[in-house]
Design a binder for this molecule. Structure first.
Ligand code: BES
Ligand code: ZN
Ligand code: ZN
Length: 490
């Protein structure tokens, strides 16, 4: 939920504003557009800034004697700037505004023609600011005091700023939806309820199709159905289409999400992190959030979002370690561990996606604990079978500030998931390279389509707590949206 009500744009600072956000650089020079500040005593402000010395990436609140107005100063150290620095500073600004209970604030942006900052840098600050404003208090009987803050953006080139900020708003809407879906507990957000939330999105011009269990059976999605059979909650496969391209026949980009609404591990019951396993639908949440953001931005590319929704439980009907199951692609799979369920449901979803002859297919999943060992909560792991897609992903990552790190695919790793009695097995028994062997398993279902797998087990939650707080980060929404933009034809 947004805790600020209205956003205005202007080339002037409004008269009745409680707080002005002022940007300075590492040498304590004001970099905010000077023409905006003429009615204030800049000498007084500058003197205070110099005497107080604001450290790089820190914020400080000053009061201008002459006008009784607060100046929230931000030191942007352009010398070593990263997307994370900008977002963190944006989050700090939001927290300061809340702490001082300001009800209105004016961002006094630098003039991009006169400084080394650009509109994308400002958007990164706002990305951190907006994410820090996110709250989830649906289940609190007493609502926290969430007074709205009026935000004013003052900028020399207000049109350029406005276009960029509207795109960021679309991304933020998608991100907040992803965060909401992730925050919902599994007793509420069952696969059916997840589909209900998806159905609510048809007013954005998205075409929605839900496959229930009977339809999944017709489609021979026995890998997905096997994972769900130990749960009282039936599985679903949801398909969301965005017809953005001028030509209806243009091949789509396919986004595929792992939607395990709760992962108990199944018969291979987990012994740790169980309360966090409601987040195991983070891939599906990222895909649905991205579809919202893509539709709101009306990106002229055809996109299809496919999410496999299920619950991995231990009931008497549950699939067992040693079961051999079949999949939509026709490959038989020996289940050596019921906790390696994500790759099973993705196998069927990916095979379904190949029917649409996508120009590229990207799956997003909280797939392995091993990716947290390798990359922590900072980078998502990427696996890719084609260099052009890999390049596009890296570019999208730079633009979104959502970091990715590519790991290898190799036929030596592929061998490790050969089964002696079926076409493949769902885990390697050799030990090591857990994230890679999971990706190798998925690659067997990619056919020869350009495909990338993004393992977000580390980045989907407890990532960048200084920006997102404790819970979900919405990682992937921004990255996937930027990736889809890479396919816009010039
Ligand atoms: N959902 C988990 C992966 C996970 C673990 C995400 C920890 C976030 C935090 C996945 O289904 C799983 O359990 N994977 C197993 C695979 C193993 C059995 C080969 C894992 O990573 O331990
Ligand atoms: Zn699992
Ligand atoms: Zn899982």
């Amino acid at each position: 939920m947004h805790t600020f009500s209205t956003v205005h744009y202007s080339s002037k600072i409004p008269e009745h504003c409680q707080c002005i956000i002022l940007f300075i650089d590492h040498t304590n020079n004001i970099v905010s557009d000077h023409t905006l500040l003429t009615r204030f005593d800049s000498a007084d402000i500058l003197e205070q800034i110099t005497s107080l010395k604001i450290e790089s990436w820190e914020t400080l609140c000053l009061f201008c004697k002459q006008s009784n107005i607060a100046f929230l100063c931000v030191n942007l150290d352009a010398q070593c700037k990263t997307a994370k620095d900008y977002q963190t500073v944006g989050a700090k600004l939001f927290k300061k505004i809340k702490a001082h209970t300001f009800e209105s604030a004016a961002f006094c942006w630098p003039n991009v023609n006169e400084t080394q900052f650009n509109v994308d840098d400002f958007m990164m600050i706002m990305k951190g600011f907006l994410n820090a404003s996110y709250t989830f208090n649906r289940y609190k009987s007493e609502q926290a005091d969430n007074k709205h803050v009026d935000i004013q953006h003052c900028c020399a080139d207000i049109n350029q700023f406005k276009v960029a900020y509207e795109n960021l708003s679309a991304i933020t809407d998608g991100t907040f939806l992803a965060k909401d879906l992730m925050n919902e507990p599994a007793n509420i957000l069952t696969p059916i309820e997840f589909c209900n939330r998806i159905k609510d999105l048809d007013n954005l011009g998205l075409e929605i199709e839900i496959l229930d269990e009977a339809k999944c059976r017709k489609e021979k999605m026995f890998a997905l159905l096997s994972v769900g059979q130990g749960s009282a909650q039936p599985s679903r496969l949801a398909c969301v289409k965005w017809h953005g391209s001028k030509k209806k026949s243009d091949q789509p980009v396919a986004l595929i999400g792992k939607g395990v609404c709760f992962d108990s591990g199944g018969i291979n019951l987990k012994r740790a992190m169980l309360t966090e396993m409601k987040f195991d639908m983070g891939g599906a949440a990222a895909v649905i959030g991205a579809m919202v953001s893509i539709a709101k931005q009306k990106i002229p590319v055809n996109v299809i979002g496919i999410v496999a929704l299920t619950e991995n439980m231990t009931g008497s009907q549950a699939y067992r370690p040693s079961d051999i199951i079949s999949s939509r692609a026709g490959k038989s799979i020996e289940v050596l561990n019921t906790d390696a369920e994500g790759r099973l449901i993705l196998a069927d979803a990916m095979d379904y996606a190949t029917d649409f002859k996508p120009r590229a297919m990207i799956d997003v999943a909280t797939l392995t604990g091993a990716i947290i060992v390798a990359l922590g909560h900072e980078y998502a792991g990427v696996f890719c079978n084609e260099s052009d897609l890999s390049k596009k992903l890296n570019h999208a990552s730079d633009r979104s500030g959502e970091k990715v790190w590519q790991l290898p695919l190799d036929k030596e790793f592929d061998k490790l998931i050969d089964s002696p009695i079926a076409d493949c097995q769902n885990i390697s028994t050799t030990g090591g390279a857990g994230s890679i062997t999971a990706a190798q398993f998925l690659q067997r279902f990619a056919k020869d389509i350009p495909w990338a797998h993004i393992d977000i087990a580390g980045t989907a939650w407890n990532a960048a707590p200084e920006v997102h707080g404790k819970g979900p980060s919405g990682y992937g929404v921004n990255l996937l949206t930027e990736l889809v933009k890479e396919y816009v034809e010039e």
